[in-house]
Design a protein around this ligand. Structure first.
Ligand SMILES: NC(=O)C1=CN([C@@H]2O[C@H](COP(=O)(O)OP(=O)(O)OC[C@H]3O[C@@H](n4cnc5c(N)ncnc54)[C@H](OP(=O)(O)O)[C@@H]3O)[C@@H](O)[C@H]2O)C=CC1
Ligand SMILES: CC(=O)[C@@H](O)[C@H](O)COP(=O)(O)O
Ligand SMILES: [Mn+2]
Length: 383
């Protein structure tokens, strides 16, 4: 049995991960689960998976759940806040932690789990964007595995199996292009929240769905890839592939390219991380090549979608800049979701906050947390 805790079990990745656990209940066991506020769903998950410990971020909401569980005679530790997330992340029974919260709130629990010697299945890309060097240094020091769950990074991870790092020429990350692929800057001025929330291929949480629409998701993935695969900035390319069948590729020094293909279903990357280094069978459909009419590839439009270029800029600048871009973007997306700002305000805020930032070149954790807090405050103040 592999003991797993999931940070963000009530979200899109979290619920799909629990389906994978149900499909493999002979091999996978749940220790801890967490939610921000979704306690009705968390209670159902407690009934199905019997975790020892759960975390509800908000203290008052946690009390409501605690009372309900007590009334039903269920003995589950209910913890709360960031300390609660860290308690679930570092539970002594954990063999593996799936980090599937949205946003850089995942950074400190992930670092704590790594320092406790627990392997990480990483969906929460913001953690690596904000604290990439810290996370990679901690993982190297404690010898744990960082297993990518993001579909593109899982694809690259698979393409690299059996190849040496020095044989990589570049990686090519595929982007669907989102709901506004092909739109001009002028057309983007009037897009609505409802349109932005309609991803063409994937059903995901709201924050990442908006990131896909701005191409910030691809920018975050470029930064995530740099850290996960120890690449130079000029080794990471992005290509638009609207069908989301080729999940990414690696080109080697002999100009052979290996790609990973599959239907758009996150169960596979989750399953690969849960069982690595084994591959296990599943009952999900395979690709039917006779039904694929076309696989197309084109250059991303970095002018109409400036967030992708901002991510490359942040990588070039280094230090705390990627953390600041991430924090600005988290706030801008949340304000767009609250319909306080327009779609094009997202890249505008991200750029303006980056322009004001005094970079710390070799940040420690306190520096990263301070840069994150600073950027959030500034981003909230922009009109
Ligand atoms: N969805 C996908 O297919 C993919 C997602 N990812 C990445 O995985 C991560 C999760 O994405 P996704 O599942 O779509 O997101 P969701 O919004 O669907 O779920 C996020 C989860 O985290 C919880 N949560 C949200 N905010 C906080 C907070 N401040 N503190 C504690 N818990 C919190 C949510 O609780 P509640 O239910 O109460 O809101 C929920 O359980 C993101 O980093 C995303 O970029 C990567 C690749 C694909
Ligand atoms: C499923 C997954 O990994 C997402 O990150 C997805 O790739 C988003 O699609 P975009 O290519 O539109 O950003
Ligand atoms: Mn992805």
């Amino acid at each position: 049995m592999k003991n797993i805790s999931i940070l963000g079990s009530t979200g899109s990745i979290g619920t799909q991960a629990l389906e994978v656990v149900s499909e493999n209940s002979n091999a996978l066991n749940i220790v801890g689960l967490t939610t921000n506020t979704s306690i009705d769903l968390l209670e159902k998950q407690i009934d199905t998976y019997s975790p020892r410990i759960v975390c509800v971020m908000d203290g008052d909401t946690a009390l409501v759940l605690e009372k309900r569980l007590k009334k039903r005679g269920l003995a589950v530790d209910v913890v709360t806040g960031l300390e609660g997330l860290i308690a679930v992340a570092t539970a002594s029974e954990n063999d593996l932690l799936l980090t599937a919260v949205s946003g850089m709130i995942g950074l400190q629990p992930t670092l704590a789990a790594i320092n406790a010697g627990i392997d990480i299945a990483l969906a929460n890309k913001e953690t690596l964007v904000a604290g990439g060097q810290l996370v990679m240094d901690a993982a190297a020091a404690s010898g744990v595995s960082l297993l990518p769950v993001d579909s593109e990074h899982c694809a690259i991870f698979q393409c690299l199996m059996g190849n040496k790092h020095e044989e990589i020429d570049r990686i090519i990350i595929t982007a669907s292009g989102g709901p506004f692929r092909g739109y001009s800057h002028k057309q983007l001025e009037s897009v609505t929240l409802a349109q932005a929330l309609k991803h063409p291929n994937w059903s995901m949480g709201k924050k990442i769905t908006i990131d896909s629409a701005t191409l910030m998701n691809k920018g975050l993935e470029v930064i995530e890839a740099k850290w996960l695969f120890n690449l130079r900035n000029n080794q990471i390319d992005v290509v638009v592939h609207p069908q989301s069948i080729v999940h990414s590729m690696v080109e080697f020094i002999d100009h052979s390219t290996i790609a990973q293909l599959g239907l758009p279903d996150m169960a596979l990357p989750i399953q690969i991380a849960f069982f690595y280094p084994e591959r296990v069978a599943n009952n999900r459909p395979a690709l039917d090549f006779s039904q694929i009419r076309e696989l197309t590839f084109s250059e991303p439009d970095r002018i109409a979608f400036p967030c992708l270029q901002l991510a490359y800029d942040a990588l070039e600048i280094g230090g705390t800049m990627a953390c600041v871009l991430n924090a600005a973007n988290e706030i801008a997306v949340s304000r767009f979701l609250n319909q306080e700002i327009s779609f094009l305000d997202i890249p505008r805020i991200n750029r303006q906050v980056m322009e004001q930032h005094q970079v710390i070149v070799h940040p420690n954790l306190d520096d990263v947390l301070a840069a994150d807090a600073w950027a959030r405050e500034i981003s909230n103040a922009y009109n």
